[in-house]
Each structure stands twice: as C-alpha cells, then as structure tokens.
Ligand binder design. Sequence first.
Ligand SMILES: Cc1cc2nc3c(=O)[nH]c(=O)nc-3n(C[C@H](O)[C@H](O)[C@H](O)COP(=O)(O)OP(=O)(O)OC[C@H]3O[C@@H](n4cnc5c(N)ncnc54)[C@H](O)[C@@H]3O)c2cc1C
Length: 241
Amino acid sequence: MVTAIAYGRPSTIDEAFELLARPSAVVLAGGTRLNGDTSPRQVEVVDLQALPLHGIRSEGDHGLRIGAMTTLQQVADDDLVPPTVREAARRERPSTLRAQGTLGGCLATGDAESELLAALLVHEAVVHVESRDRSGALSLEAFLDGLPLEPGHLVTAVALRTDGSTAAARTARTPADRAIVAAFARTVQDGRRIALTGVAPRPVLVQPGEELDPTGDFRGSSEYRRALAGVLITRVLEATS
Ligand SMILES: Cc1cc2nc3c(=O)[nH]c(=O)nc-3n(C[C@H](O)[C@H](O)[C@H](O)COP(=O)(O)OP(=O)(O)OC[C@H]3O[C@@H](n4cnc5c(N)ncnc54)[C@H](O)[C@@H]3O)c2cc1C
C-alpha cells in the first residue's frame, strides 16, 4: 500500500511544481485511484485541491473549458456540457466516487474502458498540460498515446467543442455494468468523428470499416468485440446523419 511520508497542499501552480520536483512526489486529485493503490511505496503527496483548477466555462463560439479538478459529478450535472459527455461522466462510476474523482485524474489514468474519454475524443478535446518550465496543449488522442504522464507534469484543463450532432451506443452485460464496447459519433459541417472503447488499450478514434484487433476477455472475445464495434458504429452514424 502507498504510504504518505509528506503532504503538501499548494495554493499556486508555482508552489505545486516546486513540490512536484521532489523524487517521490505524486499528484493527489480526488484520490479515488491513488488511495486504493496497493504498490508498496512511500510518496510525498501533492494535493491539488487548493489550486484554481476547478470549474466549467464557455470559451468562444462552441467551446468549453473544464478545469482538471472539476469532479466527474460536476461534469455530469452541468448544462454547459454536451449531453453525451454528461451521460458518459455519469457512467464512469457510482455517485460516491463521482463526487470525488476528477476529470484530471480520469485523463491521467487513461482507462481503456472510459466512456468519458471516448466522448471527449469525438468532441475534439484538447488537454492542457503544464510542467515547471513548459506549458502546452495537445489533442486528447496524442495525450492518451503519450501516457503515462512524465513526473512533474500536471493536467490543468481540457477544452472541447460543443457543436455538432452526437450519439452514443453501448453493449454491456447489464445496463449498469461497464460497456464491453461503446461507440460515440459526432457529426459537424466539415466531417465526423467516431470513438470506441473496448477495442484497444485506450479509447480510440476510428474510421468506419477500419481493421480492429481487440483483446478478448471473459466479457467478450476479440471476434465478439469486433462485431459489436461494427454494429454500434452503424447505430451512432445513423443517429447523427
Ligand atoms: C471502485 C473504483 C472503481 C473505479 N472504476 C474506474 C473506472 O471504471 N474507470 C476509470 O477510469 N477509473 C476507475 N477508477 C479509478 C479512478 O476512480 C479514476 O481513474 C478517477 O477518475 C481518478 O480521479 P481522481 O481525481 O480520484 O484521481 P487520483 O486517484 O487522485 O489520481 C489518479 C492518478 O492520476 C494522477 N493525477 C490526478 N490528477 C492529475 C492531474 N491533474 N495532473 C496529473 N496527474 C494527475 C495521480 O497522480 C494518480 O496517478 C476506479 C476507482 C475505484 C476506487
């Protein structure tokens, strides 16, 4: 189990990077994953809760910016957030964990089955990442490809587009279970985006008809997942055309 040997709660980003420069520093956001980490290591916790990384605001025409420390429940509840993203946030976990878990934690974890990440992919999400000497923004797909985050780096916010027509479809063992495969599509004037969970080590953007090579498990073989992906993509494309 992780043992905290130090705890810091910075109130400025600069202070956070100072603390994160220590060799055993780890970022603590909502703690839903970190507190359950069973690896035997000693860490210096850098708690982000006092940083100004909370909240959801509109940005320009059809843009939205969500701070990394915004909880999944806040994402699910906010009328500014597109309905498919709200519903995907609601599906991430039970309400007790949604009230604690943050969008930044969800991104840094990059779970293969995260419907929220797939929904953000079709909404052209851009992830803002900062380190002591650099700040930048990269597409969510590039961010997920680059995981795990390098030590000393912080996700500070996510920007997304809110326009277009979107749809989601999923198949799970029960309605409340995690999806075996979930598909999201969003159509805008100049094109469309399709994202899937359950077919790759991370949620991915795909093209219709693209060759997929999912890994099977007890919930669905590789062939079953491939077939599901085809059916669900057809459904979401029909719903957004
Ligand atoms: C019962 C249970 C079920 C879960 N189910 C799922 C699930 O279905 N899907 C899923 O994806 N996860 C799941 N998780 C894991 C976890 O809840 C999520 O990944 C969650 O979104 C993490 O958010 P958090 O704010 O609690 O992160 P924390 O636990 O605080 O941190 C998680 C990781 O992200 C890093 N991190 C957090 N915020 C930032 C940031 N802003 N910048 C850089 N690094 C950061 C931390 O250092 C840590 O390595 C589950 C956890 C539990 C306890």
